[in-house]
Design a protein around this ligand. Structure first.
Ligand code: VGL
Ligand code: ZN
Length: 202
């Protein structure tokens, strides 16, 4: 079985959102056009409480600064994807008809969760791995936002869990806080054994 993961295709990651990903909205027509090729479609949704500790304002700091948060490095972000807010909703053009499961993440105020599988401390699982195994999924194709954070962490965990993992390069975009972060993320994934493919070939 082949699964398509739609990572965090939410208003706050569109170019007009609170944590804008350049061209982030451009992934939508691409992922809509390939959903029918998969047995299973799963969406992740960044879903933070108002007082989430990844928010810079909580610490009186600026977005982009790095702090230690409960023993792990944490990049600080603008307030984004607050539970029930408009910014946390999926981009309205995203087709959700075939989405069988929505995995919400980042609910624990004390730890961020870039991956759709585990919190950043790898202590708690979201249940996505078990769900995919129950459905006999062997191949996982990863798309969405943002390439250099949630997409990369999700693909790396998928690969580590033993799924044959592929990144659909034209169905993702990077934040690129530092120029080249997106390209580096692709190289990290390739080195880990993740195949980089194009949507026209899936
Ligand atoms: C993301 C930063 C903070 C992402 C989520 O979806 O890539 N990045 N929260
Ligand atoms: Zn977040």
């Amino acid at each position: 079985m082949k699964a398509l993961l739609l990572v965090d295709i939410q208003n706050d990651f569109s170019p007009t959102g609170a944590l804008p990903v350049p061209e982030g909205d451009q992934v939508v027509p691409v992922v809509n056009s390939i959903q029918e090729k998969f047995d299973l479609v799963v969406a992740t949704q960044d879903w933070h409480p108002q007082e989430h500790q990844s928010f810079a304002v909580y610490h009186g700091k600026n977005p982009g600064e790095v702090i230690m948060l409960n023993g792990i490095e944490q990049i600080l972000w603008p307030v984004h994807c607050v539970q029930e807010s408009t910014g946390a909703r999926f981009i309205s053009e995203l087709n959700l008809n075939r989405v069988q499961k929505i995995v919400q993440k980042g609910l624990d105020p004390q730890v961020d969760s870039y991956s759709g599988f585990f919190d950043n401390d790898h202590k708690s699982a979201t249940g996505l791995g078990d769900f995919l195994k129950e459905k006999s999924v062997e191949e996982v194709y990863v798309t969405g936002l943002a390439l250099d954070y949630c997409v990369k962490f999700t693909a790396m965990d998928s690969n580590q869990l033993g799924f044959k993992t592929k990144l659909i390069a034209d169905a993702t975009r990077a934040v690129n806080i530092n120029p080249g972060d997106g390209d580096k993320a692709i190289e990290d994934m390739r080195s880990a054994g993740i195949e980089i493919v194009e949507s026209k070939n899936v």
